[in-house]
Design a protein around this ligand. Structure first.
Ligand SMILES: Nc1ncnc2c1ncn2[C@@H]1O[C@H](COP(=O)(O)OP(=O)(O)OP(=O)(O)O)[C@@H](O)[C@H]1O
Length: 324
């Protein structure tokens, strides 16, 4: 189990991690998500032991993770950390790059282990290719196989899929996270992409400006986002004044565009501004009578300036009130 307790860290007096507190169970997959610069990479580095904390502590099982001031070779030996930049050997083959990272115990069945890892990253046909001839996304996959080679107890991945195209990403994510579950490897990964979080993380940590804003399952965060920042990580979201639905109501409510329906007996009146075709339907920008913008999906094209009735489910209006 990983225990991160009240961790605070500053780069040159600039607070980068503030009072971060959470734990991760053995074998669980946890994602760290948040806008660029919020401190995701810094948190991964702290967990791996690359930073000397200003306050707080980090424990992997019963062992405290200590920073470079206490370790000649920084980095915890039960963990593997894959940074955003890779450290591959360009003039050797993909297979050799992986073999180099296998542990001594695995030397006897090195070819079999290399093949297994090549399968996880979906690169069997590239085993003998030189790394220098690979694309950015392919190099990223080889770097991933390298950190898996030593069978770490805790794997820390920083944006592991950012150079990989969507077509490959889905298969790679399924392969990787199934493999990690099978091997009972605990994994913490930083990402910008909510599809990494929704499908593959047991637990999601949302960060903003160095603080931990939410720690929950991704389903819970999607269905009941505590604020607009969290909801916006998933997709575009409307933060609507409740007075639009009931004159005397106060406060705001978070509603995703797919949850607003065109309806003759709607509870919201609006005027269409523009319809954008998005392949399956139209993404419509409209304006409520208090001037607030409303975004929703429609199966039909709606003419600009048309007055329309929209409907939002009453239960959602209750459940999605914004908490301060
Ligand atoms: N070595 C460093 N020295 C000084 N400041 C740094 C250093 N590394 C990161 N920072 C700053 O710390 C803050 C957090 O950076 P970090 O890389 O952890 O964010 P991030 O959430 O991983 O961002 P991204 O998603 O863009 O990778 C940023 O303001 C960044 O500029």
């Amino acid at each position: 189990m990983l225990k991160v307790s009240q961790v605070t860290f500053a780069y040159h007096n600039k607070n980068t991690l503030q009072n971060i507190h959470f734990s991760v169970e053995k074998g669980a997959h946890t994602c760290i998500i948040g806008e660029s610069g919020c401190g995701k990479s810094t948190l991964l580095k702290a967990i791996f032991g690359l930073l000397d904390l200003d306050e707080g502590s980090i424990y992997w099982n019963d062992e405290q993770v200590l920073g470079p001031a206490f370790n000649l070779v920084p980095g915890h030996d039960k963990m593997k950390y894959l940074a955003q930049e890779d450290h591959l050997m360009p003039y050797t083959s993909v297979a050799e790059n992986i073999q180099k990272h296998l542990s001594r115990q695995q030397a006897d069945f090195s070819a079999q282990r290399t093949e297994e890892l090549l399968e996880v990253i979906d690169m069997l046909p590239f085993a003998e290719s030189k790394v220098k001839n690979l694309s950015g996304g392919q190099k990223q996959r080889v770097a991933l196989a390298q950190v898996l080679a030593k069978e770490p107890e805790l794997l820390l991945l920083d944006e592991p899929f950012n150079f990989i195209d969507n077509f490959r990403k889905n298969k790679l994510r399924r392969n990787l996270f199934n493999y990690l579950k099978k091997q009972e490897i605990t994994c913490i990964f930083a990402t910008h992409d909510s599809t990494d979080m929704l499908g593959f993380a047991d637990q999601a940590l949302v960060m903003k400006e160095g603080k931990l804003m939410a720690n929950d399952t991704s389903e819970q965060l999607f269905n009941f986002p505590p604020n607009k920042y969290v909801a916006s990580l998933f997709k575009e979201v409307n933060e609507l004044e409740l007075e639009l639905f009931e004159a005397s109501a106060e406060g705001k409510v978070l509603i995703y565009p797919t949850e607003i329906k065109l309806s003759e007996n709607g509870n919201l009146t609006a005027k269409v501004i523009k319809s954008y075709f998005n392949g399956t339907n139209y993404f419509v920008e409209a304006e409520a009578n208090n001037g607030q913008k409303i975004y929703f999906n429609s199966t039909e094209f709606l003419e600009a300036s048309a007055t329309i009735q929209l409907h939002v489910d009453e239960t959602l209006l209750q459940q999605r009130k914004v908490k301060d």
